[in-house]
Design a protein. Structure first.
Length: 439
């Protein structure tokens, strides 16, 4: 029988009589029904992993994952663009179903964080099992994976608290979820990709406006209008405004541009918070016992009277001022303020709230009296410097109307700090899609 023959079971065997060297015996394999197995299977489990070695492996796994992400972006740009476009597109389209982009980004961040935590837990459980079983090479691989998982956690965990808060607040205060027919029609009727995207952004801000005003407990809300005629020169840029005569809250649509937000170091949501605070101030004046809607109308008329006397009526307010000072005062939105008084509690005369309301009224008049005098005293000249304009801003911000509004704006900005956005989610998606390099 040949040395390398095949038996009836299909297993290679040797003729023991003809096999004379040790290497031939190593080829012997057992028959299926034999009671003896000549083959000894051994597994190299490696030496026990020390704490310092384990820490180094985790660190190396972390570094390898970062390198793999960078490598993936460079070597697979189409995949990277696809991930970015898919993530950003999905988030941007959410307003069509009544969900803000902030909520969508937060939901994705929670998902990525959950995935990262799940992988970390899974690899940790395997590491404990392999360590207990003495399978140290497998343990090394687990530790390497844990190092990569730490990158995923580092990208997602910092955003998790604000993401959860954003989702929770939207469930409590946001509008009901459903197909937004009005927004869909606005997008359909807009001409060009840029205009359609702008309508999406407007729809998104309207959702945020609804949630914010509900959280503030407003039973009656100003009408939100996007006014592209608002001053947009960088020297005199008006991001938003609550107009107390008409009861309309206006936002400059240029504020929806990311570049403008970076330049002004603010965003449309913060502007909404600022202007809604102004709305509350004028609503409080109308709600105050002994003042009422008539008192508010007289206050605004007095403001325009003094503004006209010093030539300080802006061009965009000329029609309002003329109607209040020389017309039938029909532009004053009496019905709006009547509705506020009807649906909210009256502020008792002489109470701390009434004192605050009076300070707001004084602040409005100060804008065209004492505040003007303070600015004139700066002697700015024809070409004011940046330092001069900073002094003007300080005078403006200390006004009894503006101080609470800026405080509310700053508090809101702090509350959404570290809230995940599209860019953060794109990074998380790329991180989750990249596999860690094995040891």
């Amino acid at each position: 029988m040949p040395v390398n023959a095949i038996n009836s079971y299909g297993i290679e065997q040797v003729n023991l009589k003809e096999a004379t060297n040790k290497s031939e015996f190593s080829k012997v394999q057992s028959y299926p029904n034999d009671s003896y197995d000549f083959t000894t299977k051994t597994q190299n489990n490696g030496e026990k992993v020390s704490f310092s070695e384990g820490a180094k492996i985790i660190g190396k796994g972390f570094v390898n994952k970062v390198k793999e992400i960078a490598k993936s972006i460079i070597q697979h740009p189409i995949k990277t663009i696809g991930i970015a476009a898919g993530t950003a597109g999905a988030i941007a389209l959410l307003p069509l179903i009544g969900i803000s982009s902030a909520v969508g980004a937060s939901a994705l961040a929670v998902g990525f964080a959950g995935l990262a935590i799940g992988k970390t837990v899974s690899h940790t459980i395997k590491a404990i099992k392999h360590n207990n079983n003495g399978e140290y090479n497998n343990l090394r691989n687990d530790l390497n994976n844990i190092g990569g998982d730490c990158v995923d956690l580092a990208m997602s965990a910092p955003f998790l608290p604000k993401a959860i808060k954003t989702i929770r607040n939207n469930i409590k205060y946001g509008p009901s979820v459903g197909f937004n027919v009005e927004l869909f029609n606005n997008i359909k009727n807009a001409k060009g990709i840029g205009a359609k995207y702008l309508e999406l952004q407007k729809g998104n801000l309207r959702i945020n406006y609804e949630a914010m005003s509900n959280e503030m407990g407003l039973k009656v809300k100003p009408k939100l209008v996007f006014d592209d005629k608002m001053p947009s020169d960088l020297k005199c840029f008006m991001a938003g405004e609550y107009e107390p005569t008409t009861g309309i809250l206006k936002v400059n649509p240029k504020m929806l541009n990311k570049k403008m937000q970076i330049l002004l170091k603010t965003n449309p949501e913060e502007i909404l918070k600022h202007e809604l605070t102004h709305f509350q101030q004028f609503a409080d004046i109308a709600r105050t016992e002994g003042v009422g809607v008539n008192g508010l109308e007289n206050l605004i008329t007095k403001y325009y009277t003094k503004a006209e006397a010093i030539g300080a009526i802006p061009a965009d307010k000329a029609a309002l001022a003329d109607n209040l000072l020389h017309g039938d005062k029909s532009l004053f939105n009496r019905a709006f303020y009547d509705d506020i008084v009807k649906n909210t509690e009256t502020i008792t005369k002489g109470s701390p709230e009434a004192t605050l309301a009076q300070s707001y009224a004084d602040g409005l008049i100060a804008k065209v009296t004492t505040q003007i005098d303070e600015i004139k005293a700066l002697n700015l000249g024809m070409f004011p410097t940046a330092a001069d304009m900073k002094k003007v801003a300080e005078i403006y911000k200390k006004n009894p109307l503006e101080k609470p509004a800026f405080a509310a704006q700053d508090a809101y900005a702090a509350s959404i700090k570290m809230r995940p956005g599209t860019i953060a989610d794109v990074v998380m998606a790329e991180t989750a899609a990249t596999k860690n390099k094995k040891q």
